[in-house]
Design a protein around this ligand. Sequence first.
Ligand code: PHB
Length: 394
Amino acid sequence: MNKRSTLRAFAAAATTLGFGLVGPPTHAADTEPIKIGLILPMTGQQATTGRQVEAAVKLYLAQNGGLIAGRKVEVILKDDATVPDTTRRLAQELVVNDKVVALAGFGITPAAMATAPIATQSKTPMVVMAAATSAITEASPFVVRTSFTLPQASVSIAEWAAKNKIKKVVTLVSDYAPGIDAERFFADRITLNGGSVLEKLRTPLRSPDFAPVLQKVRDASPDALFVFLPSGQGAAFMKQFAERGLDKAGIRLIGTGDITDDDQLNDMGDVALGVVTSHHYSAAHKSPANQKFVEAFKKANNGMRPNFMAVGGYDGMRVIMDALKATKGVGGEALLAAMKGQIFESPRGPVYIDAQTRDIVQDIYIRKVERVGGELQNVEFDKQVAVKDPGKTK
Ligand code: PHB
């Protein structure tokens, strides 16, 4: 930054923060930056999540960056390659060596769980932007979440299914914590509403092969198949679903919105048409705030469409920046306190961070895949308002 732009940034920051210029701007340049550690799977199986979240964090900073209490904000990006032991080691280094005021990112639940003890021991707020197992916020009092929870999404689609003549179902989930959450909350709610679960199928997180489970689905012949798979696996699943003719066999496909991920949806083809899912974000969400977000995101990223991971990253960055403004750059418990209870309009709709659970409370939408203007979109047609995570025990 040259001197003039430093001056401009300083003046802009001073205006946003509501206090006047307090000293010569050269002091600002001398001070240590405020550092945020962003750990994401930039390589490995969940690399699409890393790419989306990183792009969103960058966009938020480009739109809302500037100095906080005269200090620059610096995001240090680390690639955990989708390996939880690496996530934990990187978090440790970021806290000890780089003295970050917050940790952020976390593409999968095991990565978040492995890091939670470090957040607790070092009293560093840890903003989970992607991972979505209910229990993550209970793993450390320093965890704040801006993504969603699988119970939030799964209960809503179970309610919709029960009202839409779906009685007999088979569930298919990825065999790890978020999948177990999805299976349990979907099955419990549909059973409560008079439906029955014929079979509960699971596929491994790493390199899943859908052929054997899809054969079982065909044999069970349910009214609908409910699916949760982590972001990035949806397209491969849809392909095999169609190849095995299940789309023509009268078995409806429903699930959480992870399977009709906006990142991949356009490449899924006709098999995805008509699939009904529930989720907290669709790139097709109709609001001026979302339209602005989608346009800016695409412009900055060669036309890439933001998915639900991107919105978790964008809002997570907002929560961190607003909290830092409130504490004037101070971290620890003060920063955590400033994150709790934040309420704002996200591209996904109105949200707030529950001060008790530190989890996000948001609308959950029921959506159907439709072709709109030549593109496949998750078109929202119903919603449940201000859904708290049903997975919380307290
Ligand atoms: C998770 O590991 O918590 C996770 C990953 C991808 C998703 C949802 C949950 O789409």
